[in-house]
Ligand binder design. Structure first.
Ligand code: PEP
Ligand code: MG
Length: 883
């Protein structure tokens, strides 16, 4: 097997097509080398080695040592240096690189190959002792942390006390002799902590680092990151070993990160940060606040530090050309790392940049207009679920706010919550159902779980590419970074700014769009869906085949549904129209009545309310299809329970409490979800269906009369189990239609169909379709009945079923294709055999879930219906499924 792939000097054994084997970083380094870009020569140890490593008690394949040696020699030829040589030593970086990028999750070691002898050679070749010893102490610290497991604080403490003793406050004030002394101190720390001297052999260093990078695949933070982002744990990581280039060789050296477009807004502008005379991790760690790359960005930020454009104009020009080439080559926005060593540009990494969903939309639309990608590609590049971010609240521009500080607008959206100062606290409070804003001086990969739990993240240090900013954008969380005027005191659990002291638990709001930090909570509004969003949605609408409807019954939801582009109502749950005020009392009266007369009296009160509801709904939907489901009340949801409530109801209905209590105990069910609900209710009490049908038809006549809009109600029976059952319900509806037509002298176009939400209905679909004109799959109940899994109780025990892989996903979120999906497929096939033109749709929660929508497209369903806020997600997902 080939375990190692080399790159450098305009050539590479790998390419960007080999991500699975070389990891993202390795594949893209190879690609950049093939493009002739300046990449420090190096090699990639494949992900197969990682797999081998874990399958063989953390041993390496026997040929690996020879392969690595040959590859080191190859780097040596290109650089004129030799690994371990005492005169001209080759120094390398060792970095992880998984198939999917996991920013900051895995470990990196720089300056490897330095020891007490080679440090002098480095000093000589660079003509700079201070730089050489500074590099050496960085290496000792990084290596000891990553490979030997010695905490950073040991070294930071040593550095601090040294500076204190010397009476200086900045690292830059330390001279070569100081770093030399610190190297001695650092080595002593290593020996103390690990019981062994710091390894001087470059070979030992290298193999230690390689093993540590492979080992970092299974660190808790990497595991959590993979769980949050759905990255399989068997992918493994590759290891990249590369000749070192130094950004810390003085004023003509620098290091930085940049994006070809703004990752926050998507604007087409080179966007990034760099630091003169600094090494790799300095930029992202947030310890020094970085400088802008372009002059435009510097001016916009009002920064007093020079931009790269003015500080290093020649390298800047080459860098701009390189970024443009990379973006054109990959046809996507790139996120790049680079180093300038003594005026020479080196590219260290390129990858598709993480971006906010706002930026993703803008970039996809812009690139289509620039002719870089097709409309289909643009549609496929947007993760439908990420649109949720855009539909989330923002602070309305006119809202009054008490701004106490401002930082960088690192990830848009606004968030309010209780202040917490640690990731663990964030998680704890979140688990108790509280909303929190995580406030940190800076974040590190160990904070991931807390960032995930928080509504938003605020840091006082670091730039737009700091760990906090990158991770928050990836998660779609509002984030403000570098709010430098805020003083955070972890020990006292306080933060202070502008004379205000806030404590843990106080409310705080951050606005990731402006960078504002605001005391208290604030009213928020939903954004308008215009611009690139509207353009991309239009393309999606052209590309999709399935219709998208909304589940809505209130006027407010119906209006939202139309605003979000729903093409009708796929499910109007009529029982939800009765949840409040007088209506609830009338419904309760109907349920509690013990004879048809009493029921009719209650229904007579409900009829005008229902009719006016439908008039309003039909009016809002203006001729679009509206599917109305006949009453499906799980009775327990409607009956009073609290003694006080029973008392009030008794007064309202003029009955005795005793009578109500008696009726309640008669109606009590052990298993209400499998009880007296669905069409069972109308089979027993047909007068309920008659009232509802009359309300619907009279409303249709009225709306047509008033507005001229032709309303075609689609009336739907719930929870059907048999054709004969459906036929009885349909007969009642038809009879009322006839009656209303005679009374009004108008013909009313309507159809009668059924929910399919029991396994029996799926199996008998062929018969049912003989009289039902449409089916709507109620996959909430179908999941409940197919898996014998209570939809109201499953939350408490479903977790392990998903985490252990018994079920691929929560079946109430993503359709269980193997079980529920097969029932739907059977029903679709059998119903079409009877009635080829039958209209088939889905209206369970799955109608708004992209993976389930893809399945619906496979079965060629006619429409999906979901809650109004998910309509845009469904439109996009339906388009992706059709492409
Ligand atoms: C369903 O069961 O999928 C459905 C849409 O109906 P409800 O959620 O109202 O039971
Ligand atoms: Mg249902």
């Amino acid at each position: 097997a080939k375990w190692v792939y080399t790159f450098g000097d305009g050539r590479a054994e790998g390419s960007s097509a080999m991500r699975d084997l070389l990891g993202g970083k390795g594949a893209d380094l190879a690609e950049m080398a093939n493009l002739g870009l300046p990449v420090p020569p190096g090699f990639t140890i494949t992900t197969d080695v990682c797999t081998y490593f874990y399958e063989n008690q953390k041993r390496f394949p026997s040929e690996l040592a020879a392969d690595v040696e040959a590859s080191l020699a190859h780097i040596g030829k290109l650089t004129g240096k030799t690994f371990g040589d005492e005169e001209a030593p080759l120094l390398v970086s060792v970095r992880s690189g998984a198939r999917a990028s996991m920013p900051g999750m895995m470990d990196t070691v720089l300056n490897l190959g330095l020891n007490d002898v080679t440090v002098r050679a480095l000093a000589k070749s660079a003509g700079d002792e201070r730089f050489a010893f500074d590099s050496y102490r960085r290496f000792i610290q990084m290596y000891s942390n990553v490979v030997l497991g010695i905490g950073h604080h040991h070294f930071e403490d040593a550095l601090e006390s040294y500076k204190e003793a010397k009476g200086v406050s900045l690292d830059t004030e330390l001279r070569a002799e100081d770093w030399q002394k610190l190297v001695v101190a650092f080595k002593a720390t290593v020996e103390e902590e690990s019981g062994k001297p710091f390894p001087q052999s470059p070979q030992e260093q290298l193999w230690g680092a390689i093993a540590a990078v492979f080992g970092s695949w299974l660190t808790p933070r990497a595991i959590i990151y993979r769980r949050i982002h759905g990255i399989p744990s068997d992918w493994g990581t590759a290891v990249n070993v590369q000749a070192m280039v130094f950004g810390n060789m003085g004023p003509t050296s620098a290091t930085g990160v940049a994006f070809t477009r703004n990752p926050s807004t998507g604007a087409k502008e080179l966007y990034g940060e760099f630091l003169i005379n600094a090494q790799g991790e300095d930029v992202v760690s947030g310890i020094r606040t970085p400088q802008n790359i372009t002059e435009t960005a510097r001016l916009a930020a009002g920064s007093g530090k020079p931009s790269m454009e003015t500080a290093m104009p020649i390298v800047f020009a080459e860098f701009v050309r390189t970024t443009e080439l990379l973006e054109r080559h990959y046809r996507d926005m790139q996120d790049m790392e680079f180093t300038v060593e003594n005026g020479k540009l080196w590219m260290l990494q390129t990858r598709s940049g993480k971006r906010t969903s706002l930026a993703a939309l803008r970039i996809a639309v812009d690139m289509t207009c620039e002719g870089l990608i097709s409309k289909e590609e643009a549609i496929n590049r947007i993760d439908p679920a990420s649109l949720d971010q855009l539909l989330h609240p923002a602070i309305s521009p006119h809202a009054l706010r008490n701004v106490i500080a401002a930082g960088l607008p690192a990830s848009p959206g606004a968030a309010s919550g209780e202040i917490v100062f640690s990731a663990d606290e964030a998680e704890q409070l979140r688990n108790m159902g509280r909303k929190v804003v995580l406030v940190r001086i800076e974040t590190c990969p160990d904070d991931i779980h807390g960032m995930h739990a928080a509504e938003g993240i605020l840091t006082t240090r670091g730039g737009m590419t700091s760990h906090a900013a990158v991770v928050a954008r990836g998660m779609g969380k509002p984030c403000v970074t570098g709010a430098a005027t805020i003083r955070v005191d972890y020990a006292k659990a306080t933060m202070s700014a502008a004379g205000v002291v806030l404590r843990k638990g106080d409310m705080l709001t951050i606005d990731g769009a402006t960078g504002q930090v605001i005391q208290g909570s604030i009213r928020m509004s939903r954004p308008e869906l215009t611009g690139e969003f509207a353009i991309l949605m239009k393309w999606a609408d052209e590309a999709r085949r399935m219709e998208v409807r909304a589940n809505a019954e209130t006027p407010q939801d119906a209006r939202a549904a139309r605003k979000f582009g729903a093409e009708g109502i796929g499910l109007c749950r009529t029982e939800h129209m009765f949840f409040e005020g007088d209506r609830l009392t009338a419904v309760r009266e109907m349920i509690l009545a013990d004879d048809p007369r009493g029921r009719r009296a209650a229904l007579d009160k409900l009829l005008p309310m229902q009719r006016s509801d439908f008039i309003e709904l039909f009016g809002i939907m203006a001729g679009l299809p509206v599917t109305i489901r006949l009453l499906d009340p799980p009775l327990h949801e409607f009956l009073p329970h609290a003694p006080q409530e029973i008392e009030q109801l008794a007064v309202a209905l003029g009955l005795s409490s005793e009578k109500i209590l008696r009726r309640l105990s008669e109606l009590k069910e052990v298993n209400p979800m499998l009880g007296f609900r669905g069409s069972r209710l109308t089979i027993a009490y047909p007068e309920i269906t008659e009232m509802q049908a009359r309300a619907i038809f009279e409303a249709a006549v009225e709306v047509k009369h008033r507005t001229g809009a032709l309303v075609r109600p689609e009336i739907m029976a719930p929870l059907i189990i048999a054709k004969h059952e459906f036929d009885l319900v349909k007969a009642r509806v038809d009879a009322i239609a006839k009656a209303v037509e005679t009374e009004s002298g108008q013909t009313i176009p309507y159809t009668v169909g059924t929910m399919i939400e029991t396994p029996r209905a799926c199996l008998r679909a062929g018969e049912i379709a003989a009289t039902a004109e449409f089916f709507s799959f109620g996959t909430n109940d179908l999941t409940q009945t197919c898996l014998a899994l209570s939809r109201d109780d499953a939350g408490s025990f479903l977790g392990p079923y998903v985490s252990s892989g018994i079920l691929a996903a929560d079946p109430f979120v993503t359709i269980d294709r193997e079980g529920v999906g097969e029932l739907v497929a059977i029903a679709a096939q059998r119903s079409r055999a009877t009635r080829p033109e039958i209209k088939l749709g889905i209206c369970g929660e799955h109608g708004g879930d992209p993976a389930s929508i893809e399945f619906c497209e496979k079965l060629a369903l006619d429409y999906v219906s979901c809650s109004p806020f998910r309509v845009p997600i469904a439109r996009l997902a339906a388009a992706q499924a059709a492409i």
